[in-house]
Each structure stands twice: as structure tokens, then as C-alpha cells.
Design a protein around this ligand. Structure first.
Ligand SMILES: [Zn+2]
Length: 340
């Protein structure tokens, strides 16, 4: 099959379109022909070099396609079915997994991170990862959903326990997690303040349901939040930017508020003034992807058209370097897709 592999870590130039052997599915696996694979910021991190990645390596976490073949142990799926793949890798038999907490499994990983992913034509995965999709949902849309929607659902619902009527600040409305978080917060009838970097992205954030949008390059986030909330602050901050926005995010919290973070694309070394942490009784929470149960929960709303994936642009797999550059330059609003 055709695949894009990296043989060394580095810039987009290390992405190499080439022939590789077809995967051979085990008896408990499903072989899927990949029709679309969405990029995530994780792809950029893996390409630049993360521990645990064995070279050569195939990137790509968010996959949609058609079943080619099912292993003989599987009787509830068949060839030709249109599916998306859960991006999580886990043992499926430890105490955490059987309790439904797959993202706390000691073997937890993400497709395309420490195991080969979907920047190729075929992939063999365990049956638990394979989720049929409705006929009306096209492959590009389906591939745009799993990682960012389960991540945002776990952040807002699983970790921050969002309740109707709360005020939620969503950083980076143009990112996949931002787009998902705005919509999920609105699903819970929250008031949403989003941030974006230019007028076009601010308008798109409003279209998604954001009640207020702050230009995070021209305005001071915490000051604008204070104005909007009558000096109170927000109940929940959805953070994934990291160092560049951390201080402003923390300052935007009301007393008793919750900041939940799933990433740090601009740097890790953020600090916190402990005097404020205890006196304001803030909760600072970490979040990492989500459980299989949460993925099925959030997909229910996608399949009912109550949550909508947003696609930025689609590239042929062979032109993946341009797709990486688009994401790296923050030009996108929504998901960047590659098609084998
Ligand atoms: Zn496990």
C-alpha cells in the first residue's frame, strides 16, 4: 500500500510518500481501507520527535473508511461497512479498562503516536475501535470527529462537570478542540466566551455559537472576561494553548472556578501563584483524550446532527507536507484532512 512515513524527526520535509507492506489483520482485528485521516497538533509533535516513537513511523490519529475484512472472531461487523476508528489504544482487560477508564490504562496510547496511524491506505485495528457511521456522514466529516470531540467532552463533562447556565471560556476557537468545546458547552446551555486570532476566525466562532469572542492578539483576555462577566470571572476555562495563555486563563477564573487543560502547544513551563490557588479555591485539572464510553456519548450527538465537525481543507495524502504547513502556520479553522 501507499503510506506516508517518517524515517527521522524534523520538519514537513521528513514526511515521505512511499510503498510499504499491507498490514495483516489478526483474527480479532478489522482491516479498514482509509478514506480520510484528519490531522491534529499531535501529528506535528510526533513528527518533530516524541519519546516512544519507533522509526520508520506512520502518523495520523483520526481515521474514517470502509471495512475490507473482519477477523474470524468477529461476527457483528462486515466488509463494506462505513466506519470511523476510536483513536485510543489500550489493553482492554486491566482494572482501569474494564471499569471504562481506558485513558488511565497503563498501556494507553494514541493511534499514530506510539503505534502506526492512518496516513496510509489500510490499517488493522482491534474490533473495539471500530464504530459504524450513518450514511449521510461523509468520510471527511467522520475523520474530523473522534480525537477532538472526545477530548473536549472529557474536559467539559468528565472532568469539569459542566452544568447548565455556567460561563465557559474556550481558548483558540479555530482549533479542533476549541470548535468541539464551543458546541459542547452550548449543548449544555452554557454562556460561551471564545478567543480567536483574527476577524475571520472570530466570525466563525460566533457562527458556532460563541456568545462573545475575544481577539487574543489584540485584547487582554482576562480584562475582557472581567467586563463580560461583570467582574466575576468564568466557571470553566478550556485550556490547550499552554504557556502563551496560561496566566490569562487562570486570571479569568471566578472564585471556585475550574480550569481544565488537555495540552500545551505553546510551551509547558507554566506557573501558578499558590496564594490565589488556595484563596480563590480554584480547581486546576488535567485531561487526556477520553474513555470509550465518552466517545460513544459524544458521537450520539454528532450522529443526531447536534454537534458538527468543521472541515478546513482536504489534501491528497501525497501532499501531506502542505497540510502540515497549514496547521503549523495556524492558518486553519477546523480540521485539515488527508485522503489516501
Ligand atoms: Zn488497560
Amino acid at each position: 500500500m501507499k503510506a506516508v512515513r517518517i524515517h527521522q524527526f524534523g520538519g514537513p520535509e521528513v514526511l515521505t510518500y512511499e510503498d510499504v507492506p499491507d498490514p495483516k489483520p489478526r483474527k480479532d482485528q478489522v482491516l479498514v481501507r482509509i478514506r480520510a485521516c484528519a490531522l491534529n497538533h499531535l501529528d506535528l509533535f510526533v513528527r518533530k520527535g516524541l519519546p516512544g516513537v519507533n522509526l520508520p513511523h506512520i502518523l495520523g490519529s483520526d481515521i474514517a473508511g470502509e471495512i475490507v475484512e473482519v477477523g474470524e472472531y468477529i461476527n457483528d461487523l462486515k466488509a463494506g461497512q462505513r466506519v470511523l476508528l476510536a483513536p485510543m489504544v489500550f489493553c482492554n482487560h486491566c482494572a482501569k479498562c474494564v471499569a471504562g477508564l481506558q485513558n488511565q490504562c497503563r498501556q494507553f496510547a494514541v493511534l499514530g503516536n506510539t503505534v502506526d496511524g492512518g496516513n496510509c491506505e489500510l490499517i488493522a485495528v482491534p474490533v473495539v475501535n471500530v464504530i459504524p457511521i450513518p450514511d449521510w456522514l461523509d468520510f471527511n466529516e467522520a475523520a474530523s470527529v473522534p480525537l477532538v470531540f472526545v477530548t473536549a467532552w472529557h474536559m467539559l463533562v468528565g472532568r469539569a462537570a459542566i452544568r447548565p447556565g455556567q460561563t465557559v471560556l474556550v481558548l483558540g476557537a479555530n482549533s479542533g478542540v476549541g470548535i468541539a468545546a464551543i458546541q459542547i458547552a452550548k449543548l449544555f446551555h452554557a454562556r460561551v466566551i471564545a478567543t480567536a486570532g483574527d476577524e475571520r476566525k472570530m466570525e466563525r466562532a460566533r457562527e458556532l455559537g460563541a456568545d462573545f469572542v475575544i481577539n487574543h492578539y489584540q485584547q487582554k483576555i482576562s480584562q475582557e472576561v472581567r467586563k463580560i462577566t461583570n467582574f466575576e470571572g468564568v466557571d470553566i476555562v478550556v485550556e490547550h494553548v499552554g504557556l502563551a495563555t496560561w496566566e490569562e486563563s487562570v486570571r479569568s477564573l471566578k472564585a471556585g472556578g475550574t480550569l481544565v487543560t488537555c495540552g500545551a502547544t505553546t510551551g509547558y513551563g507554566a506557573g501558578v501563584d499558590l496564594r490565589y490557588l488556595f484563596s480563590k479555591q480554584w480547581s486546576l485539572l488535567g485531561s487526556f483524550l477520553g474513555s470509550m464510553g465518552e466517545l460513544h456519548q459524544v458521537l450520539k450527538f454528532v450522529f443526531r446532527k447536534q454537534l458538527k465537525p468543521v472541515i478546513d481543507r482536504v489534501y491528497p495524502l501525497a501532499e501531506i507536507r502542505a497540510a502540515h504547513e497549514r496547521l503549523e502556520n495556524k492558518e486553519q479553522f477546523g480540521k485539515v484532512i488527508v485522503k489516501p
